[in-house]
Design a protein around this ligand. Structure first.
Ligand SMILES: Cc1cc2nc3c(=O)[nH]c(=O)nc-3n(C[C@H](O)[C@H](O)[C@H](O)COP(=O)(O)OP(=O)(O)OC[C@H]3O[C@@H](n4cnc5c(N)ncnc54)[C@H](O)[C@@H]3O)c2cc1C
Ligand code: FES
Length: 396
């Protein structure tokens, strides 16, 4: 065996020089701790832990959707990518809730002293949080939350320049942000084709805004596909494999954003078309209102009520939990704050420890690491109780 003495001596010499430098720094340092931490300050600027947003305006963008424009109370909006979301923290009745909403305006809109962000919220049936927004949020309302979150954005190192967006319902919002960013001349040479499925013409969200972008910007194309509007002269029916292929062009990267039911269908097309995961990215916006539609659902669980013993710091509470709702919703209903962001099993913010009992985790929402599964960790936003449980959650 040969030993490289020269390299070894160099390392020892280097190490002793560092030691001397450290010694000198310690000897000459102030005894009073320096409260400034430039790395911490930079991290806070990029990702503030808490923000206040002041609503500037509210406007209709369809009979069922409103656009809420807001500024940051301290004048600073962190840098974000088109497709990312803001997480609002709300107190509705007894419940402390968090809800994600995609920033539907472009990153460019947020820059400068008049910079703003917009979120577009749909209420096509009674909902908890959209109802609250529609009825309570006015110009001047102050909202709590933080941003930016999510990895549903164009990444030039990974994605091709031909983006094909597959959207349903409020899933149009990230693509509106991307379309605006392209129209501003950002996302250089990227072409965006949006295939947007709705029932009636009146269900189309941000339709006029997108039509205006399309008129001015040759790199953005919008195809509305309506399933229940006989008077519609454009593409009719559902978003099918044939339609996807018709508008795909060369070397597409597919981006899906919409409800779970639509995702299940599109995912099937992508598999049939031989599209790899790398070329098909997704953002699923909600858990199904009817959990019995979830593949492998434990039959009859939707009619049961379970007890959950919740350990939180030194607190211990026992709550009721409907078998039809994820554990996070049971906690929110009981007024126990739980830190959720993506609410689809992906980000891990709601990661909790299962001390005893059984849960059902739908395959599509199981974003846990292998070791987490092994050692009883679960994501409360997508896990349903199927027995009485004992769990430990983080203090928010
Ligand atoms: C990344 C991401 C981005 C999104 N972006 C958008 C967007 O741009 N625009 C948009 O419109 N939507 C968006 N959504 C969906 C949005 O976050 C909401 O889920 C949606 O507006 C429906 O509101 P809700 O959750 O209150 O719905 P609901 O279906 O009314 O409620 C959700 C759950 O809360 C339960 N619940 C009912 N009452 C209570 C109570 N008192 N306390 C606690 N829980 C209760 C319900 O039973 C249900 O299980 C996005 C979702 C994700 C994951
Ligand atoms: S909130 Fe993201 S995994 Fe639960």
């Amino acid at each position: 065996m040969s030993v490289k003495v020269k390299g070894f001596l160099k390392d020892v010499g280097g190490a002793s020089r560092v030691t001397a430098a450290r010694k000198n720094a310690i000897e000459t340092a102030s005894a009073v701790p320096d409260p400034k931490d430039p790395i911490r300050e930079l991290a806070d600027l990029l990702h503030p832990a808490k923000m206040e947003f002041i609503v500037e305006s509210v406007r209709d963008t369809s009979p069922t959707a409103k656009v809420f424009r807001m500024k940051s109370a301290d004048g600073h909006l962190p840098v974000f990518q088109a497709g990312q979301y803001v997480n609002f923290r709300l107190k509705i009745g007894e419940s402390d809730l968090t809800r994600p909403y995609t920033i539907s305006s472009a990153p460019c809109d947020a820059r400068g002293k008049d910079g703003y962000i917009e979120v577009t919220i749909r209420r096509n049936r009674p909902y908890l949080v959209p109802d609250w927004f529609f009825e309570n949020v006015r110009p001047g309302t102050v909202l709590q939350g933080n941003m930016p979150f999510g990895n549903f954005y164009y990444e030039p190192m990974r994605d091709s320049k031909n983006l094909v967006a597959l959207a349903g319902g409020s899933g149009i919002t990230p693509f509106h942000a991307m379309a605006r960013e392209i129209a501003y001349g950002r996302m250089k040479d990227v072409r965006l084709t949006i295939l947007y499925g709705s029932v009636h013409h009146s269900d189309i969200i941000l339709g006029e805004e997108l039509a205006a972008i399309e008129r001015d910007c040759p790199n953005v194309k919008v195809v509305n596909i309506l399933s229940g509007d006989d008077a519609w002269e454009g593409e009719k029916g559902f978003l099918t494999r044939e339609l996807i292929e018709k508008y795909s062009g060369e070397d597409p990267t597919y981006l899906f954003c919409g409800p779970l039911a639509m995702f299940t269908m599109i995912d099937g097309f992508m598999k049939d078309m031989g599209i790899t995961r790398r070329r098909f990215r997704r953002d699923v916006l909600n858990q199904p209102a009817d959990p019995t539609k979830i593949p492998d659902w434990p039959q009859g669980n939707e009619q049961k009520t379970w007890k959950i013993r919740v350990l939180r710091g030194i607190d211990e509470t026992v709550i009721d939990a409907a078998g039809s709702e994820p554990v996070a919703v049971a906690l929110e209903r009981a007024g126990i704050p739980v830190d959720t962001h993506c609410r689809c099993g992906e980000c891990g913010y709601c990661r909790s420890k299962l001390l005893s009992g059984e849960i059902f985790v739908p395959e599509f929402g199981d974003g846990r690491r292998m070791m987490d599964k092994e050692f009883g960790w679960f994501h409360a936003c997508v896990s349903y109780p199927v027995s009485d449980l004992s769990i430990k959650i983080n203090i928010m």
